[in-house]
Write a protein that binds this ligand. Structure first.
Ligand code: HSE
Length: 426
């Protein structure tokens, strides 16, 4: 039977989950995959942590050179996260011809081109299923399962922390800060939540996923990004009245005008399959020209779900000799000639506060009309008060037209403030 040795760089939550799956399923993988996979080395400063998992003392090291040069190690699993020192460690492994499996979305998104170049030079494998939506096998689906299709659209809920926060705000009507604190207490949100709540994590993943889906490099700087920190519970409640659910969406489209990639909060119809993706669950909805719509759903974080993606990559690498790299020229920048759409089209939910005066709404409608924005729904909230909240939903229109029109709306004498602008999708 073929023997394959693995090194795990970092025994945090994901490294620990990966180790447990490899240890507990060793005999199962021998039987089902015909390969004996053993953990030959771990890079971990905290020796006690490694010993507590049952790892032999002789296999624990705090020296990356020692781990990589170990002749029993064929595959290096990087689960440290962040750019450095992970990047140097991964490059060192690839330079010495070892296959790398990584869960590191930031590293992969920013330096994929450099890592792939290093891998090709030594004919090493480079696998990254765990980098996006961890337990959900979206990367393998895009690389292998959707090859027959031209993918037109990829829409996902690809960040569990923000989905958990928005779900709780929707259920309980609570404010963002309150729910964030509770999410941090329960371990759903990091002590420094910026990467998740500001949409960076989802943008890293969207850059990787849309590059694969559209067979061209979609660099991070092409991804429009907004987080959830300005979301107010009253907007979620008004949206619910209108039949919508609020999600942090990652949207990738490939149309006649070019590629459009954006991460921002959006209302979606409550009947759409993505509306039912709650709590910390993730899902990706794909539209292929042959298959039509498909949706993958599952856990996008956690020790065993992320370990599942990593170990699947380890098994794939151990049982395949045909190393696949990207189908496109993988450079830091987008390929010349590829167009990106910034002035995208959407419908919009707009909440503003107006003075309760005859003609106030007509003036707002007049400004919007000047910018070609037509209103589908208009609801006035509250009675007998001086300032009234007004909610309107537009027909599909251009982003820049909305921004310009709202600057003018905000300057009207009868408008107190423009309070919220949320795109309405699917
Ligand atoms: N922090 C991520 C999330 C998980 O909340 O989905 C890892 O990408």
């Amino acid at each position: 039977m073929k023997s394959v040795g693995v090194a795990i760089l970092g025994l945090g939550v994901v490294g620990g989950g990966t180790y447990k799956i490899l240890r507990d399923h060793r005999e199962y993988f021998q039987r089902t995959q015909g390969v004996d996979i053993t953990v030959e080395s771990v890079l971990e400063i905290n020796k006690e942590k490694a010993l507590a998992l049952g790892i032999e003392e002789g296999k624990i090291s705090d020296n990356i050179a020692e781990v990589i040069s170990n002749p029993n190690v064929d595959i290096v699993v990087e689960v440290i996260g962040g750019v450095e020192p992970a990047k140097s460690f991964v490059l060192a492994a690839l330079h010495s011809g070892k296959t790398v499996v990584t869960s590191n979305k930031e590293l992969f998104c920013k330096y994929w081109h450099e890592l792939e170049k290093a891998a090709k030079r030594t004919n090493a494998g480079l696998y990254f299923e765990a980098s996006c939506v961890s337990g959900v096998p979206i990367i393998r689906t895009l690389i292998d399962g959707m090859q027959a299709n031209v993918i037109e659209n990829l829409t996902g809920i690809i960040n569990g922390t923000t989905n958990y926060i928005l779900t709780r705000m929707s259920r309980e009507g609570s404010g963002y800060e309150e729910v964030l604190k509770e999410a941090q207490r329960l371990g759903y949100a990091e002590a420094d939540p910026a990467a998740d709540v500001e949409g960076y994590d989802a943008a890293y993943k969207l850059s990787i996923l849309s590059s694969l889906a559209f067979h061209t490099k979609v660099p991070l700087d092409k991804v429009y990004r907004e987080g959830i920190t300005d979301i107010r519970p009253q907007d979620i409640a008004y949206g619910q009245e209108l039949g919508y659910v609020l999600k942090l969406l990652a949207i990738g489209k490939n149309g006649q005008n070019g590629i459009e990639v954006r991460v921002h909060p959006a209302f979606i119809r409550k009947e759409h399959p993505l509306a039912a993706v709650s709590d910390s669950f993730n899902a990706v909805f794909l539209k292929g020209d042959s298959v039509g719509d498909i949706m993958l759903y599952g856990r996008g974080a956690g020790a065993l779900p992320t370990g599942s993606a990593i170990v699947s990559d380890v098994i794939y690498a151990a049982t395949h000799n045909d190393i696949k790299y990207t189908t496109f020229k993988n450079s830091a920048q987008a390929e010349a000639g590829v167009k990106f759409v910034n002035d995208f089209r959407s419908r919009y939910y707009i909440r503003f506060t107006a003075k309760d005066k005859a003609g106030a709404l007509a003036k707002v409608a007049g400004v919007l009309a000047k910018y070609g924005i037509s209103i589908v729904d208009l609801i006035q909230k509250g009675e007998d008060c001086e300032d009234i909240p007004v909610i309107l939903i537009t027909h599909e229109t251009n982003e820049y037209a909305v921004r310009r029109a709202l600057d003018k709306v905000a300057a009207l004498d009868d408008v107190v403030s423009v309070d919220s602008v949320i795109r309405v999708e699917v």
